[in-house]
Design a protein around this ligand. Structure first.
Ligand code: PTJ
Length: 252
């Protein structure tokens, strides 16, 4: 079925189609379709828009990524299917690797995702030959690469699992995530959580990184912005926004 651009839920339907296409191509785990549905429910409460809180978090995240010595972008099935161009742009701007890291890991899906990222312009893709483990995790997401997540100081992990987020923090990483659910363990554990849909958040993050880079903002100023960000305050404000939006809907 072709969805007309005028359809009020055009973006949402196109995003679903992209994910289903990714599933057909063996990029997305079946469970990824369920995870997306959960995300959509929260997006609905946000009014399917990028909020001021998400902009604030993206601004702090852009500063942290520019300050990082060894940043890495961790890519799972949903991320690879929905925003491969954006992952490639951000990696190329930051000159950092993307690392395929899967919860429902199969070697075939890792290989396909790595190939898919390369086809979309990612110059440095890791994950196919993991040679390290993240301490404290028993499942496949513990597997990682020495030259990637293992040695990274800042990890951008959109759509993270709560326990890996905690394990990354225990390993001393600065964790930035993108998650539509402000109540998730990941959202509450990460150093910076951008509560927004991945498909909106990644372009916002990229343009902010570009603006800061082009403006040659000093390290001191980047540190000031990044250090002034409070994830718990941001989460509280997002929740307030969601619940007040919900009350408004009920009153209509
Ligand atoms: O590809 P794999 O094998 O690594 O598996 C990936 C999934 C996503 C299936 C796996 O990591 C998983 O089960 O994740 P969770 O624990 O369900 O968490 C997914 C989180 O992402 C939830 O909190 C959702 O609300 C959120 N989410 C889903 N879609 C989006 C999203 N957040 C932002 N943008 C989205 N499009």
């Amino acid at each position: 079925m072709t969805v007309p651009r005028s359809h009020p839920r055009y973006m949402s339907l196109m995003t679903r189609d992209k994910l289903v296409e990714g599933w057909n191509e063996g990029l997305v785990a079946t469970q990824g379709l369920i995870a997306h549905g959960r995300g959509e429910a929260f997006d609905y409460l946000l009014g399917e828009t990028t909020t001021p809180e998400a902009l604030e978090a993206a601004n702090a995240a852009a500063c942290r990524l520019l300050l990082a010595v060894r940043p890495v972008i961790s890519v799972n099935g949903n991320v690879g299917a929905l925003v491969p161009d954006e992952v490639a742009s951000l990696c190329n701007i930051l000159k950092c690797p993307a690392e395929v890291n899967l919860f429902h890991r199969t070697e075939e899906r890792v290989r396909r995702l790595a190939q898919h990222l390369r086809e979309h312009g990612c110059l440095d893709v890791l994950g196919e030959v993991p040679d390290e483990r993240i301490e404290g995790l028993e499942h496949a997401r513990a597997l990682c690469c020495g030259e990637g997540i293992f040695k990274a100081d800042v990890v951008l992990v959109p759509l993270e699992d709560g326990d890996r987020c905690q394990a990354l923090k225990h390993a001393g990483k600065f964790v930035i995530t993108i998650d539509l659910n402000p109540l998730s363990r990941t959202s509450r554990t990460a150093d910076i959580t951008i509560v927004d849909n991945l498909v909106r958040a990644m372009p916002v993050l990229i343009s902010r990184v570009n603006e800061l880079k082009d403006g040659m903002v000093s390290t001191e100023d980047l540190l000031k912005v990044a250090g002034g960000f409070s994830n718990s305050a941001n989460m509280a404000n997002v929740l307030r926004r969601m619940t007040s939006g919900y009350s408004r809907m009920r009153e209509k």
